[in-house]
Write a protein that binds this ligand. Structure first.
Ligand code: C2E
Ligand code: MG
Ligand code: MG
Length: 654
């Protein structure tokens, strides 16, 4: 039974600090029992001294009283709740006090049993010592070695005293019973300790788990800053309790997806860490910085006025714009920010939505900028969402049409090719230009299926034209990044039976300039099949000409803004002249887009443009007008095949 003591010892040493602290605090919990014990000790000392009148008993009684008083004082000083550092010290103090008190009580009992003939004193001391031993064992179960120490020190002397003096069979029985009492109480103490300990550990683990979960539920696990839920709560609190306006700055890292895709998720996570720690400096007791998921962060902060909010947003932009990483891995980072400022009574949901709308606008306007919410933006966004919805339906139900605009050889006036141009007649809004709906189709991921459809219809239509006439199809930049374009092209050619040399793909500058390692191989592959590749809208937006050497184009199309713009004619003419001489030296054929007048035609011819496209020759036309149109051109001698497959009726809207 007593072996249990040795089993408990090592386990006790392994105790978690928090559990140990809790157990030590429990030692100091019951002040009343200690006070009563000390009072009784004093009373016993007085009574025994009075009846025995022996120095030994008087000194022991005095020490017992003093010890009791000191323990009461130590209880008075003890302050629970902040014990982490001094726990051991308080445990030792309690240990010394408790065992000393028990030992003095035991000593006094032994002295009375040995010295005094007064049976009343014997009974008093034996009862008190046993009672104390039982009480201490129960009270200090949480620290069993103290409890057992007290038990032995106070109760063992009773048996020693009884054995040492001849008290007959009754005395012997009492001495043995007392020993058995010590053994049984020791066992009960250890058992109770086990149960108490388990309960404490359980409670502690639950407390720790609760703390961990509470922290987890409030913070973003990747960056450690506030999460979406906490931000909402902070925002609601600020909106309710602050008179000042609250600004919500919604941030989205530019090109994060690209960084993540090219450099890996670990680099992406690292970047988010950097951004979070840079933004943390804006977090104050009154402001909150949170990650809203992905690469989106939100700063919520009270502001004086709009200028203050804009200034803060600029500071945020500057803080993030510093390059991240080191050496070769140095990355330039930019951010788009949408700002919304609270108005009286606005809900947190509305305020967040406004910031999101402003962010959308910032991204749409070319990123790396700060945009303040304005209600007009929301209206535009809703319109766009409707348009997206309608476009999805129109594409699914093949409600879009293709029109064709001739590209004419400027020397012979023969039609060389037709450019296929998408048309969408919206049931409510009427004709919607491709410059509006093509970017929407790109952003909602429908450009692939739309282009596949354009290629199929354009190739099928071209197959009916004279052999000398090709068809040109516009290819969006995004398609050059994916893998599906070659399949789409080959399928359209195979389905129509059109020769690859009669297909031309028009690619805009942006598709090439945007860092796109796929592009060169793809273009080369098309050209090997005999498909021509031309560079569309040349001269717009980008000034780097290096890609003209890097990629092999068959022709370049000078953007119509340089041909048909009536003002700044001398400048635009200079550009046309420069492009033509550049093309000549690179041995590239040039098409002038947007020729509207004979003068413009004369000018581009004088500069060496081989082909032209524009209203002067013809506007984009529905496919069933093509045969009629060709009949009036030098191509009239060439045969147009009869329509084989019934094609949809199209409206002219050019
Ligand atoms: P783009 O490829 O540069 O097409 C030429 C645009 O110039 C057409 O506008 C055409 O109608 C217009 N145009 C031609 N001659 C003249 C002229 O003399 N004066 C004026 N003012 N304009 C002229 P459209 O049809 O509105 O197309 C705009 C753009 O939409 C196209 O520019 C092209 O980038 C895009 N697009 C059209 N269809 C498709 C398509 O199937 N796929 C893709 N990805 N983009 C397309
Ligand atoms: Mg084009
Ligand atoms: Mg163009």
């Amino acid at each position: 039974m007593l072996l249990n003591v040795f089993k408990v010892r090592p386990k006790d040493k392994e105790l978690n600090h928090a559990v140990r602290v809790a157990l030590i605090e429990a030692l100091y919990a019951s002040r009343a029992s200690l006070g009563i014990g000390a009072l009784l000790g004093g009373a016993v000392a007085a009574v025994t001294s009075y009846y025995c009148r022996t120095t030994l008993v008087e000194v022991t009684g005095l020490l017992l009283t003093l010890c009791g008083a000191l323990r009461v004082a130590s209880f008075g000083i003890f302050r629970p709740g902040n014990l982490s550092a001094g726990a051991k010290k308080w445990e030792i103090l309690y240990d010394i006090g408790a065992v000393s008190y028990a030992a003095l009580l035991g000593l006094l009992t032994l002295e009375i049993l040995l010295i005094s003939p007064d049976l009343r004193l014997h009974a008093l001391m034996a009862t008190l010592a046993t009672g104390y031993a039982a009480g201490a064992a129960g009270r200090n179960t949480g620290r069993p070695f103290i409890a057992i120490g007290q038990l032995l020190s106070s109760a063992l002397p009773i048996s020693i005293g009884l054995f040492a003096t001849d008290r007959g069979p009754a005395g012997m029985l009492l001495a043995v019973a007392n020993l058995l009492f010590i053994i049984v109480v020791t066992d009960i103490t250890l058992l109770t300790y086990k149960t108490v300990l388990e309960a404490f550990i359980d409670r502690q683990e639950k407390l720790q788990l609760a703390t961990v979960y509470e922290k987890l539920s409030k913070t973003d696990p990747l960056t450690g800053i506030d999460n979406r839920g906490t931000l909402r709560l902070t925002l609601e609190r600020l909106l309710q309790h602050r008179e000042q306006a609250i600004a919500v700055l919604w941030l989205d890292l530019d090109r994060f997806k690209q960084i993540n895709d090219t450099m890996g998720h670990a680099a992406g996570d690292d970047l988010l860490h950097h951004v979070a720690s840079r933004l943390s400096k804006f977090a104050t007791p009154m402001a909150s910085v949170a990650r809203f998921g992905g690469d989106e962060f939100i700063v919520v902060v009270p502001v004086e006025n709009v200028e203050h909010a804009l200034k803060l947003a600029e500071m945020v932009r500057e803080v993030i714009a510093k390059p991240v990483g080191s050496g070769q891995g140095l990355m330039d980072l930019t951010v788009s920010i949408g700002i919304a400022i609270s108005s009286p009574g606005i809900s947190s949901d509305d305020l967040l939505r406004h910031a999101d709308v402003a962010l959308y606008e910032a991204k749409a306007k070319g990123r790396n900028r700060v945009i303040l919410f304005d209600p007009e933006m929301e209206r535009r966004l809703v319109d766009r969402q409707h348009l997206e919805h309608d476009l999805k339906r129109a594409i699914a139900q093949e409600e879009l049409d293709l029109h064709f605009q001739p590209i004419v050889n400027l020397a012979t006036k023969r039609v060389e090719s037709f450019e296929a141009l998408l048309r969408w007649h919206h049931p409510i809004h009427g004709n919607i230009p491709p410059s509006t709906f093509v970017p929407i189709a790109e952003s909602i991921g429908l450009i692939d299926s739309l282009t596949a459809w354009v290629l199929r219809v354009a190739c099928a239509e071209a197959q009916r034209w004279p052999d000398s006439i090709s068809v040109a199809v516009n290819i969006s930049a995004g398609l050059l990044k994916g893998r599906d374009l070659p399949t789409m092209v080959v399928e359209a050619l195979m389905a129509s039976g059109l020769s690859p040399r009669r297909l031309e793909l028009e690619i805009t500058e942006s598709a090439i300039v945007e860092d796109n390692p796929n592009a060169a191989g793809l273009l080369d592959g098309f050209q090997k099949l005999g498909i021509r590749v031309s560079l569309d809208d040349f001269g717009t937006g980008y000034s780097s000409l290096s890609y003209l050497c890097r990629y092999k184009f068959d022709r370049i199309k000078i953007d119509r803004s340089f041909i048909s713009s009536p003002d700044r004619q001398s400048e635009t003419r200079a550009v046309v002249q420069a492009i033509c001489s550049l093309a000549k030296s690179l041995d590239l054929s040039v098409i002038a887009e947007g020729i509207e007048t004979p003068e413009q035609e004369d000018y581009v011819v004088s500069q060496g443009c081989a082909a032209g496209q524009g209203y002067l020759f013809a506007r984009p036309m529905p496919r069933e007008h093509i045969a009629g149109y060709l009949a009036g051109t030098p191509n009239s001698a060439d045969a147009v095949s009869p329509r084989i497959t019934p094609l949809r009726v199209v409206r002219s809207n050019a």
